[in-house]
Design a protein around this ligand. Structure first.
Ligand code: NAP
Length: 521
């Protein structure tokens, strides 16, 4: 496979008024290597004014310009028939024929226009512009994508662009295959899976040979579903440094959009200068993902996948699909880390468990300590395992008393009802429920100050916000307080060691997590 490095980022300009075009092109040119002028975003009555300015627009930037004039079904703002589109392009050709450098001017024409028989390869259009043939499907990734691509390849276009909606992450497979086909057939290709599940194509397709990837001026100005910001592509995912040999790690879960993990891991890779990238993988069907995209024996994508973080709701469900599971992860019944290798297949680990007690170091001697664990889910299980390993005496407080007793029995702990619990005399009280997390449950707590009076350390596994209602109640009760960020960082650092064999650079992950949390507030 030939190595492609140095992704081009194309920044779309989608404005409604003609007088906004010039300034927007200049702003877009500051963050990208190409600018896409979406003239189909203009209000209908602004089109003549925009056309009148067309000849001057290439002078606004030294960057290549891609012009589009799409009908609604291909992503444009309004209905424009074939005839109107044809007239638009003939007019644009007239206005730009004398413009400097055909190499800098691209016309993005839809497949139906190029197949209409009304354009001829000898037309001035093909001497004025480098022509892209595009096909968009905002509903699905069609089963006949290869045939559509074949039809596109028979047009006189120089570059072929396919952008289809990914309803699941495996819809990225046929789209990534087009990059491969383009390389094989010596064709320039742009291949995008739209939607959250398609994110990997936006980051990786250029490394696999795609001509460019699209990135918006600001994340909020995305012109297609799932489009990333140009600065995210450059600074977070370092698209310019990726090649098809880059080590790939990713977070498997649903939802994954707001995770801090890409920020922490990518910052650590960058700080060490590692040729590695970490992506969020929006995965609903973990079994299909593992089979078709991760397992070295069965996957359909030739990529250098090295590791996975696994989050809700797949920490348990992933286990039957792994080749090996570390003893602790098997006992806990949850895997949050997978190492992928050709020799050993998929190996599952649980880095949450040891990480869950890191933050208590220096505050409490865990051997013999009395620890109350509120909750009986995955995080509670990881904490209970780590506490048992260190000789602590744990008590589970769960709202579901039966579940609480079962979980406690598995880890040699006691169980008490959560309702009306009093925590006086406990060295540590840990919240392992989602109560207090940013969002709808932010104002909730599993225990108030009156219940926490007389306890030593209050430990909230929730890390966002850093100051939860539980910790505020605990402080009022005179407890020492510790939040969940330390655990988040410690589990990520342990993953980093498992995947790379390298020590994560000191302080980089905490700074990345804290920076991201302050941005997100
Ligand atoms: P989980 O498997 O869904 O378990 C959640 C537990 O909380 C269950 O026992 C659930 O009880 C209980 N719960 C939910 N709502 C409750 C309520 N209103 N009152 C009392 N108990 C309630 O989730 P998890 O994976 O254990 O994660 C729990 C939390 O830990 C997460 O939300 C996250 O904030 C935190 N966490 C932090 C880190 C970190 O690195 N800092 C890592 C993992 C998790 P039922 O069984 O009755 O539903």
């Amino acid at each position: 496979m030939s190595e492609t490095k140095g992704a081009r980022v194309c920044v779309p300009v989608c404005v409604r008024r003609a007088d906004e075009l010039g300034p927007s092109v200049r702003r877009a040119a500051e963050v990208g290597e190409l600018v896409e002028l979406r003239l189909d975003c203009l209000d209908a009555d602004e089109l003549p004014a925009a056309q009148a300015r067309l000849g001057a627009l290439p002078g606004e930037t030294r960057l290549p310009l891609i012009i589009t004039f799409r009908p609604r079904e291909q992503g444009g703002a309004r209905d424009v028939g074939l005839g109107e589109r044809l007239s638009f392009w003939l007019d644009a050709t007239r206005r730009l024929r004398a413009s400097s450098g055909r190499d800098r001017l691209f016309a993005d024409l839809e497949l139906d226009l190029l197949e209409s028989g009304r354009l001829n390869p000898d037309d001035d259009l093909f001497r004025t512009f480098r022509v892209i043939c595009s096909h968009h499907d905002f509903q699905r990734t069609p089963a006949d994508l290869e045939e559509i691509f074949g039809r596109m390849a028979r047009t006189p276009a120089e570059i072929l662009k396919v952008a289809t909606r990914a309803s699941s992450i495996t819809d990225c497979l046929p789209v990534m295959r087009l990059c491969e086909r383009g390389r094989r057939e010596g064709r320039a290709v742009i291949a995008v899976s739209m939607g959250e599940a398609g994110l990997l194509t936006r980051v990786l397709a250029p490394a696999f040979g795609a001509y460019l990837t699209y990135g918006s001026l600001e994340p909020a100005q995305a012109t297609a579903p799932g489009q990333l910001g140009a600065s995210e592509l450059r600074d977070l995912y370092r698209v310019k440094e990726l090649s098809c040999g880059t080590l790939i790690m990713g977070l498997v879960g649903s939802p994954v959009g707001h995770s801090l993990s890409p920020h922490m891991h990518n910052a650590a890779f960058a700080a060490l200068g590692l040729d590695a990238v970490y992506l969020p993988f929006e995965v609903v069907d973990v079994s299909e993902f593992v089979r078709r995209m991760a397992a070295p024996q069965t996957r359909e994508l030739d990529w250098n996948l090295r590791g996975l973080s696994v989050t809700a709701p797949h920490k348990q469900a992933v286990i039957p699909h792994l080749d090996r599971v570390a003893t602790a992860a098997a006992r806990i019944g949850a895997v949050n880390t997978v190492v992928v290798s050709a020799e050993r297949g998929l190996e599952g680990f649980n880095t949450d468990a040891d990480a869950s007690v890191v933050a208590l170091g220096g505050l409490v001697e865990l051997g013999g300590a009395r620890v109350a664990v509120i909750g009986a889910g995955g995080a509670a299980r990881a904490l209970l395992w780590a506490l048992a390993e260190r000789g602590a005496r744990a008590t589970v407080f769960a709202r579901d008393a039966v579940r609480g007793r079962e979980v406690a029995a598995e880890f040699g702990a006691e169980a008490l009802p959560l309702d009306g619990a009093l925590f006086e005399g406990f060295d540590v009280v840990a919240n392992a429920t989602p109560l207090g997390m940013r969002g709808a449950r932010e104002s909730e707590t599993p225990a108030d100050a009156a219940q926490l009076r007389g306890a030593g350390v209050a430990y909230d596994l929730v890390y966002n916000p850093s100051e939860t209602r539980f910790l505020r109640e605990a402080r009022a009760a005179g407890c020492r307080c510790v939040g969940g960020l330390g655990m988040l960082i410690a589990q990520a650092e342990a993953q980093f060691r498992l995947w790379t064999g390298a020590e994560p650079p000191a302080g980089v992950m905490p700074a990345a997590a804290a920076g991201r949390m302050s941005e997100a507030v």
